[in-house]
Design a protein around this ligand. Structure first.
Ligand SMILES: [Zn+2]
Length: 88
């Protein structure tokens, strides 16, 4: 499914479409191209998360990760490396 997103740490390039952040790799699916912004990505479920509205955050190895829900943070903290492996 995924693999084309541009990932920098846990930030991906995305743009806002109708208030929803769309990863740039999927931008071709949407008719309007907006300014590209950097958004955090939930490493557990790969949802794009607005850093200001993240339901939960966690610091791991000096980086802050953002989660869509407390459950994702919990899953991440139980096995961070599982979720931080580069996707292929
Ligand atoms: Zn999540």
């Amino acid at each position: 499914m995924r693999g084309n997103e541009i990932i920098k740490g846990n930030l991906i390039q995305a743009f806002l479409y109708n208030g929803i952040a769309i990863p740039v790799a999927r931008a071709s699916l949407y008719p309007v191209t907006r300014e590209v912004i950097e958004m955090a990505m939930d490493p557990v479920c790969n949802m794009v998360v607005d850093e200001k509205k993240a339901a939960a955050t966690a610091d791991y190895k000096g980086k802050t990760y953002y989660f869509c829900a407390p459950g994702c943070k919990k899953a991440f903290l139980q096995n961070p490396e599982k979720y931080l492996k580069p996707s292929k």
